[in-house]
Design a protein around this ligand. Structure first.
Ligand SMILES: [Zn+2]
Length: 422
């Protein structure tokens, strides 16, 4: 854009100069005592001839044209040459100076933006907890070699200051949230950076928990304080001995009061016969050397086991009864017994059914097997007078059938196989 503007201006100035020269041609000729001379000139090879009568170029045989030639004095030529030389030098100097100044301004602006963005990076981490914006700024400077490193130094500085602030007893949940976001959302290509964030996250959280534990102690909630300190100790084990020591000392200071609260809480639960809650309350403290807690825990555990065993026994008994009822429902069931006719509802245990009987008398003896719809499945016997029957028929396992017997002027004796029986 700038180049275009400069070109247009230069073009306009050149046009102006040409126009001015053209307008003042005669005056200039007079002033600088330039001689005018008519000559013949070849338009093709530009050879000049003083002889005005000549028509053709002796060189290329083209037709010559008449033209005016301006003859500059030697002195004027020198003056023009020196003016031109000076003008070119001036133009070169102007271009050089312009280029130098614009480069200088550009560099200065870049430097200013660099410094501004670096201090913005510090501000974003220190005061705004905005790691996302911080990353965007780094992306904008990805062509500048040192920027990322400088920006991360600001991040380290800001985080260190904020961790120190928590260590001094002040709340800073935003820092912990920001570190957690960085920890879980960033794909690190730098192991040191990952370790740094992990370390600061743990420190910030641990100091914050120590502060919370102090608040619990102030308000008399010793059990909560004890638990929180325990968490701090296990999180920092083999990592930050200083924090482990602080938490352990504090835990020892409140141990007795915390145990008293735990015992009271568990006792209330035991009194309410809520043994499993009592067991949970005591579980984490049973191995810390307090005999009362251990005894209570063992008692609560025994109760929980006893109740569980009772519940299981009850469940097993219920299951047994349910299964028995299922079997009972399948047992042979005499539904009709009237005027020599008997009907049993039965359920088949397998795929065959065998009926065996002896009839003694002079009347009718009829036995039918009916399906669950009470339609005839098989006529087993239909005889008059003494008769022995032993017949096996195919049936469907698990399905219900009806056995119908009819007898007149006599009696029958027998039994069948393949049902659940009496
Ligand atoms: Zn010629």
């Amino acid at each position: 854009m700038e180049i275009l503007l400069v070109s247009v201006i230069a073009f306009a100035i050149i046009c102006g100069i040409i126009y001015w020269f053209d307008k003042n041609k005669e005056k200039l000729i007079k002033k600088f005592k330039i001689e005018k001379k008519e000559i013949m000139k070849c338009p093709v090879c530009f050879k000049e001839y003083d002889d005005l009568k000549l028509k053709e170029c002796s060189h290329c045989n083209s037709y010559l044209e008449k033209t005016t030639k301006y003859i500059f004095s030697q002195k004027l030529k020198k003056r023009i040459a020196s003016i031109l030389f000076i003008v070119i030098i001036i133009v070169l100097i102007i271009i050089g100076v312009y280029y130098g100044i614009s480069k200088y301004i550009e560099e200065k602006e870049r430097q200013e933006k660099y410094n501004n963005d670096i201090s913005t990076c510090y501000d974003l981490i220190k005061n705004k907890s905005d790691y996302e914006e911080f990353s965007d700024i780094i992306k904008n400077h990805k062509d500048e070699e040192n920027f990322e490193g400088d920006a991360y130094n600001q991040l380290y500085k800001a985080i260190d200051e904020r961790v120190e602030n928590i260590k001094n007893g002040n709340e800073d949940k935003e820092l912990i949230n920001m570190l957690s976001d960085i920890k879980f959302s960033t794909i690190y290509d730098d192991e040191d950076m990952k370790n740094y964030i992990d370390e600061k996250y743990l420190l910030a959280q641990s100091y914050s928990n120590l502060n919370s534990a102090n608040k619990y102690i102030e308000s008399g909630s010793y059990k909560e304080a004890f638990d929180l300190l325990q968490q701090v100790i296990s999180n920092n084990k083999d990592k930050n001995q200083e924090i482990v020591d602080i938490a352990t000392n504090k835990q020892n200071e409140i141990k007795d009061k915390a145990f008293e609260q735990i015992i009271n809480e568990a006792q209330t639960q035991i009194n309410n016969q809520d043994y499993s809650s009592a067991q949970k309350t005591l579980e984490n403290y049973k191995d810390l050397g307090n005999q009362t807690i251990l005894d209570m825990y063992n008692n609560a555990t025994n109760e929980v086991n006893r109740i569980e065993a009772e519940r299981k026994a009850k469940e097993a008994e219920e299951e047994r009864q349910r299964k028995q009822a299922e079997i009972d429902a399948k047992k042979d069931q005499l539904t009709i017994n009237k005027n020599g006719k008997k009907i049993w509802k039965v359920c088949m245990t397998g795929n065959t059914f065998r009926f065996q009987a002896t009839y003694r008398g002079s009347g009718n003896f009829i036995v039918k097997l009916l399906d669950s719809n009470q339609d005839l499945e098989e006529l087993i016997v239909n005889e008059i007078g003494d008769y022995n029957v032993d017949k096996t028929v195919r049936v469907n396992k698990g399905e219900y059938y009806y056995i119908e017997t009819y007898v007149s002027n006599g009696s029958w004796n027998g039994s069948w196989w393949g049902t659940y029986g009496d």
